[in-house]
Design a protein around this ligand. Structure first.
Ligand SMILES: *Cc1c(COP(=O)(O)O)cnc(C)c1O
Length: 364
């Protein structure tokens, strides 16, 4: 794969087919929405990049479509994937149905039980969901199992990873596939503002794929501030957090050298966040680098701050965001803006899947 992926991704035939599916199947370009009332609240101009309007409800489909096209060009016959909350599993099962390829999704047994609706979706789409019973039976363990299986079946099986994590070339490849987000932001800002860059980009980070896609074409543009919102959980120092960049130390996880939440013995610590899509104990190596070199500002947003931000967006703009995206919204209150600032915040997904959590937040 290491030898093939760049050649394929840059070929005319791939770009044509990928672009066509993003347009006709996913519904791209996703709108860049000027959020008027949210802007008034924060005293600047805020645009929302509406990845929540994509087919399957988040940015993840941009990546799974690209990878399954690569898998076919590599002559692979079956697809495997890992999933935590089930969002990446559903996005993978979706493209496997589309391309008529058998699909096995590894999912921690704990997650199988608490994310039952997504398990049912994957099964309806024709995928086999394999519960993983090692470790804490969550995302890290599902990823271990998927990598283990992939290593044993290298010739016929392609592993679709869900974020900018895992061994090379996955972090680079997933960032490239998600870079359609910043490609569109450039064009859309030029149209709406007469300049193709914002003052700030804001995105949440789990493994880092929607943030990587949002920042991709602006990485070398120092006029643009990059703000990454990670999940503080019940508080960064509470022992129940997923703020990997703040809490992590250099280590190796799933084949990548990056920041890892670990104890003194180097054992991986279980992350916690109210949002199931943000609780990975590692982070994309690119994001660790952006933080280390101070190219990106990293803010941690706690559970209650995220829930509050989700309600705020819902009441101000009539948009119910995913809990993950609500962490990016929660970062706005921790930033200082000038009235002329232009901010683009990536709304990575929609909140349908999080209704139980939101409803419980109403309870006394
Ligand atoms: C999975 C998910 C995320 C986190 O993944 P990244 O790779 O960090 O983007 C964020 N938002 C939504 C809606 C998700 O489903």
């Amino acid at each position: 794969m290491r030898q093939t992926y760049l050649e394929v991704l840059e070929s005319e035939a791939f770009r044509e087919e990928y672009g066509r599916l993003l347009r006709d199947y996913v519904g791209r370009p996703s709108p860049l929405y000027p959020a008027r009332r949210l802007s008034e609240k924060y005293g600047c101009t805020i645009y929302l990049k509406r990845e929540d309007l994509n087919h399957t409800g988040a940015h993840k489909i941009n990546n799974t479509i690209g990878q399954i096209l690569l898998a076919r060009r590599m002559g692979k016959r079956r697809i495997i994937a890992e999933t935590g909350a089930g969002q990446h599993g559903v996005a993978t099962a979706t493209v496997c149905a589309l391309m008529d390829m058998p699909c096995t999704v590894y999912m921690g047994k704990t997650d199988v039980e608490r994310q039952h609706a997504n398990v049912q979706k994957m099964e309806m789409l024709g995928a086999t969901v394999t519960p993983v019973t090692s470790g804490n039976m969550t995302l890290k363990d599902a990823t271990n199992e998927a990598i283990r299986h992939w290593c044993c079946h290298p010739s016929d099986t392609y592993y679709i990873i869900g974020s900018t994590v895992g061994p090379h070339p996955y972090p680079d490849m997933v960032a490239r596939l998600q870079s359609v987000i910043s490609e569109e932001i450039k064009r859309q800002l030029q149209e709406k503002e007469g300049r193709d860059y914002p003052d700030y980009l804001v995105a949440c980070v789990g493994g880092g794929s929607n943030a990587a896609g949002t920042a991709y074409h602006y990485l070398d543009d120092e006029r643009v501030g990059i703000v990454l919102a990670e999940a503080g959980g019940k508080g960064v120092c509470s022992g129940m957090s997923a703020a990997t960049i703040r809490l992590g130390r250099k280590g190796i996880i799933h084949g990548a050298c990056t920041l890892v939440m670990q104890n003194e013995d180097g054992q991986i610590e279980e992350p916690y966040s109210i949002s199931a899509g943000l609780d990975y104990p590692g982070i994309g190596p690119m994001h660790a680098h952006l933080s280390h070199t101070k190219r990106a500002t990293v803010l941690s947003v706690d559970d209650d701050e995220a829930v509050q931000a989700a309600f705020e967006l819902t009441r101000l703009e009539g948009i119910i965001p995913a809990l993950e995206s609500a962490h990016a919204l929660g970062a706005l209150g921790k930033m200082r803006f000038k009235p002329e600032d232009i901010v683009v915040l990536t709304l990575s997904g929609r909140g349908d899947k999080d209704m139980d959590t939101y409803i419980n937040a109403f309870a006394p």
